[in-house]
Every structure is written in structure tokens, then in C-alpha cells.
Design a protein around this ligand. Structure first.
Ligand SMILES: Cc1cc2nc3c(=O)[nH]c(=O)nc-3n(C[C@H](O)[C@H](O)[C@H](O)COP(=O)(O)OP(=O)(O)OC[C@H]3O[C@@H](n4cnc5c(N)ncnc54)[C@H](O)[C@@H]3O)c2cc1C
Length: 262
């Protein structure tokens, strides 16, 4: 595992940065919440960013292996409405991963990070219409959560159905806030599948996403909930497979937006 290069400046602020003169924005870590499914970081930016729900930021960290720096993408899982200088990311630790290990174990409240953004085209606002189908695996659930939180914050009622896949219930990121949203908002339906927990009776499905599952959750849903557009995010193989499965169910490729979290 690589370790972050920690340094302090004259003001005593702790930086986890390779080159503070580089053209990156700064973010102060305002909150760190470490949980079984990931680490939630609330970042305070210098200016209020113009973010669309579903976009991501790049985080640039110093590491002590060549080339001395790593830049990785992290989706904002917070709602960009109302506009705020504070944004949230959720980091799943990847075994022996350079950035995720630092963010999961070393970063503390008060630290400064180098960030740049927002980026990304997996975005939705009320102008894109609905109903919408959201299909996420692993960290792919994060940008989809931002979309649902945005709709809730704006008090929209566009029907949204999220199919969230994880190894088991505990590793499902943002599970608790999503379950709370599903309880409180009639327009939002949450369905989960677990791929490595065959005895988990709390999840609707206990297998990888397949055509039957997609048909039950989305294409055979009552007309008023049946999606017009789909948002798919997760590991590359999952995104490729889900696009093909939706195609086999008659969903037009142009109605599927996707983002690889390789
Ligand atoms: C648009 C987008 C949004 C994303 N959003 C999120 C998010 O919200 N939350 C989240 O947790 N992640 C997200 N990701 C994934 C994230 O960007 C990182 O890819 C992830 O955190 C792993 O980064 P890392 O530096 O820890 O891993 P890396 O250091 O890149 O390592 C990844 C894997 O490769 C292996 N590896 C690394 N170097 C070598 C080598 N030299 N030889 C062999 N194997 C090696 C490691 O062992 C590890 O298993 C997103 C990705 C994208 C593209």
C-alpha cells in the first residue's frame, strides 16, 4: 500500500498534495465518516461550484511511489441544489489502491486536498424528463444518488427507480440514505441485488444483474413508472453487460447514458 506524503505549511495546515503551485483548486476536508461501505468526505471548496447532478471531481494526491502523484475521479454524491460550497464524495477502498487507501485511512478533518471539477456527462435535471431508470454497481451508485437527492431537494416528483448492485448489504454504498429516501418519497423506488450473499433475504435479488431482473424492475413496470431513459454507472464490465441486456429488452441505445468507474 502507498502512503500519502503529508506536509505542513507555515500556518500549520496539513496538506496531502504533490505540488501546491499546480493549477488545482483547494478543498478543505470538513467531515470524514468512515463506514463499512466506504468513507464519506465532505469537502469545502473556495467558490460555490456550478455542478449538475451526476458529475464528478478529480482529486490529486501525493504518493511516495513514482511518479509521486495520483489523480482519480470521485463522483459527487451530494445534491448540487441548493448551491453550496460544500460537496460530498464517498470513497470505496480498493485493495492496494493508491488514492482510495489514502482517502479511506489518512485524510482527516482540516486537511487540504487538491481538486478539479466538475466533470462528466452522466447528468440529469428535470429538463431531461422521465420516468428514469438508474442502475448502479459499486461506486456507480454515488452519481445516481446525487440525481435522486437533487430531485428530492427540488421537490420534483419524476418517477425514478434505482437498481443498486453490491457484493452484500454492508458493502452497498449510500444504502441507508437511499433507503430513507425510498421510504419518504413515493416517486422513488429502490431495489437492491447482492451478488455474494446468497442468504440475504432483505435484498430483492441475490444474483448479478440479468435480463429477467431488468425486465421485472424496469421494462415490465407499470406504465407510469416505466423509464424513458436509463443511467448506468459502475465497473466497465457491468456497464457493457447492462447496456447489452437493456438492448435485448428493446431499449434503444440512445436512451442509455453510462459512465465507467474502471
Ligand atoms: C467517472 C468516475 C467516477 C468515479 N467515482 C467514484 C466514487 O464516487 N467513489 C469511488 O470510490 N470510486 C470512484 N471512481 C473510481 C476511482 O476513480 C478510482 O479508480 C478508485 O478509487 C481506485 O483508485 P486507486 O488510486 O485507489 O487505485 P489504483 O492505485 O489505481 O489501483 C487500482 C487497482 O489496480 C491495481 N494496481 C495499481 N497499480 C498497479 C500496478 N502497477 N500493477 C498492477 N496492479 C496495479 C491495484 O492493486 C488496485 O487493485 C470513479 C471513477 C470514475 C472514472
Amino acid at each position: 500500500m502507498t502512503m500519502g506524503v503529508l506536509g505542513s505549511d507555515l500556518a500549520g495546515d496539513r496538506w496531502i498534495a504533490a505540488d501546491r503551485r499546480a493549477m488545482w483548486d483547494q478543498a478543505r476536508v470538513a467531515e470524514v465518516e468512515r463506514g463499512a461501505s466506504g468513507t464519506l468526505l465532505r469537502l469545502r471548496l473556495v467558490v460555490v461550484p456550478d455542478v449538475l447532478p451526476g458529475q464528478y471531481y478529480l482529486v490529486r494526491l501525493a504518493v511516495d511511489v513514482p511518479p509521486g502523484v495520483v489523480e482519480q475521479a470521485y463522483s459527487l454524491c451530494s445534491s448540487p441544489y441548493p448551491p453550496s460550497g460544500e460537496v460530498e464524495i464517498t470513497v470505496r477502498e480498493v485493495p492496494r489502491g493508491r488514492a482510495s487507501s489514502i482517502l479511506a485511512h489518512q485524510v482527516e478533518v482540516g486537511d487540504f486536498l487538491q481538486v478539479r471539477g466538475p466533470f462528466g456527462f452522466l447528468t440529469w435535471t428535470e429538463h431531461d424528463g422521465g420516468p428514469i431508470g438508474l442502475i448502479g454497481a459499486g461506486s456507480g451508485v454515488a452519481p445516481l444518488t446525487a440525481i435522486v437527492r437533487y430531485a428530492a431537494a427540488r421537490e420534483l416528483t419524476v418517477p425514478m427507480t434505482l437498481l443498486a448492485s453490491s457484493r452484500d448489504r454492508l458493502s452497498g454504498i449510500l444504502r441507508e440514505p437511499l433507503e430513507a429516501l425510498a421510504r419518504d418519497r413515493a416517486w422513488f423506488t429502490l431495489t437492491s441485488t447482492v451478488t455474494r450473499s446468497p442468504s440475504d433475504l432483505l435484498s430483492a435479488y441475490r444474483r448479478r444483474i440479468d435480463a429477467d431482473m431488468l425486465a421485472e424492475v424496469f421494462t415490465a413496470a407499470p406504465r407510469e413508472r416505466r423509464p424513458h431513459i436509463y443511467y448506468v454507472a459502475g465497473p466497465s464490465d457491468m456497464v457493457i453487460a447492462v447496456r447489452a441486456l437493456l438492448g435485448s429488452l428493446g431499449v434503444a441505445d440512445s436512451a442509455i447514458y453510462s459512465e465507467d468507474h474502471a
